[in-house]
Design a protein. Sequence first.
Length: 152
Amino acid sequence: MAILSDVIEQFIKKLIDDTDGVIEIQRNELAGYFNCVPSQINYVIDTRFTSEKGYYVESRRGGGGHIKIKRVSFSEPTSYLMHIINSMGDGITQQSAEVFIINFVDYNIITGRDALLIKAATSDKVLSRIPQAGRDIIRAAILKNMLISLIV
């Protein structure tokens, strides 16, 4: 049996698909539908509808807590890659980098073989001689350079 978070995620994704990529929901209303606390809805949105997974979330407090979720769609891979490069910041964890890389394969921006190479270049294993505090910064620089090379 699926856990409640998975069911909520699939429900929201279906709504997004049915409404051409944008929905506005009320946190309390959705919690009532699933017979859960509103914080469960927050958890699902915070962990499963992130920018690195291709979503833009706008949350408004008060009045029941409206949440607008938009699936980021890009007309071409270049604009998607630029969005990722710009949203990445100065550092990125290995786990977050791998989520991006998996999404690139899912969106047919890179091949599975390319993904393996990028994962290898940005892994903690290759950065093991760098102090932990600097790994995320170097990883981001490496990943950004690799993505920019795909654009040019």
